[in-house]
Design a protein around this ligand. Structure first.
Ligand code: HEC
Length: 264
């Protein structure tokens, strides 16, 4: 199963905002490339106008950006024994990256990820590695353009990570507690990628909605509008409603955020 070829991702193709909100890693329809990244600034303006009427911005939402950087708000975590990385991307030329508070995370340019059916031509990538819980601005400079996005790092404990890993991998005879790894094993190229490359644009409630209720948020509010994939609404796999205990809820999100990034 590839990570982008699900029917669900085609559903919103006719919506006015999707050419921007779907983000840079979505396969582009033919012809879209010529409008391409140079046209993103205009699209951002359009999204801004549309959103005045139609969008409910999350509190963390930032003003429209005149150069695309994805995600606009990146979510990750920190725990003493895990390594948490989250990817950020831009269509801007020759970007330079910095974090405002280097005690929260470091950032370095990264190679383009390799994801089936996904065109990353013309995009540049960077990897944030978290150092502690907290928040910081992430600054992308390209020529005279500066775009500041946000990194939100949640504090997790090693016990969270252990609980998440156990839920992820432990066999069960209860169908609602099927180990995640049964379908999400990525070795050998099978399984759905939900490593931080994909999840970085979603906060914990959104990710838990996918896991427990088989749905992404419906509206393109806040963080999700600039996720690299920015899927929306119900999964095509409607039975994706897994049982999680309280400790497992934080733990699974922590564990997902600590997985090595898919496609790198
Ligand atoms: C029976 C197979 C199966 C099991 C078990 C399973 N998943 Fe999934 N999961 C899927 C499929 C298939 C998708 C993609 C659904 C779609 O795109 O419509 C998915 C999507 C996801 C996504 C969203 C990523 C994306 O590609 O959109 C997350 C996050 C996720 N699963 C987490 C989990 C967690 C955590 C568990 C264990 C608690 C789990 N899954 C168990 C099959 C499974």
């Amino acid at each position: 199963m590839d990570v982008t070829g699900k029917g669900r991702r085609g559903e919103g193709a006719s919506r006015a905002t999707t050419s921007f909100v779907r983000g840079p890693s979505r396969p582009r329809r033919s012809g879209a490339r010529s409008a391409g990244l140079a046209g993103l600034a205009g699209l951002v303006g359009l999204v801004g106008l549309v959103c005045v009427a139609a969008c409910t911005p999350a509190p963390i939402e930032q003003p429209p950006l005149d150069v695309a950087v994805f995600p606009k708000v990146a979510y990750s975590g920190y725990a003493p024994s895990g390594t948490f990385k989250v990817m950020i991307s831009t269509g801007a030329d020759a970007p330079r990256w910095a974090v405002d508070d280097p005690s929260v995370a470091s950032i370095e340019p990264a190679p383009a990820p390799s994801i089936p059916n996904t065109d990353v031509t013309g995009l540049s990538f960077a990897l944030l590695t978290t150092k502690r819980a907290g928040e910081t601005g992430v600054r992308m400079t390209s020529g005279d353009k500066v775009v500041v996005t946000r990194l939100v790092v949640t504090a997790y404990t090693d016990a969270d990570l252990a609980a998440g890993k156990a839920r992820y991998t432990t066999p069960s005879t209860d169908g609602a507690r099927t180990p995640c790894i049964q379908c999400h094993a990525r070795d050998g190229g099978v399984g759905v990628d939900h490593s931080p490359l994909k999840m970085g644009g979603f906060d914990a409630p959104a990710i838990l909605g996918v896991i427990e209720r088989a749905t992404y948020p419906d509206s393109p509010s806040g963080q999700s509008i600039t996720s690299s994939f920015a899927p929306r609404g119900p999964l095509s796999f409607a039975q994706h409603r897994w049982n999680l205990g309280d400790a497992e809820r934080a733990g699974v999100v922590a564990y997902l955020r600590s997985l090595p990034l898919g496609g790198l």
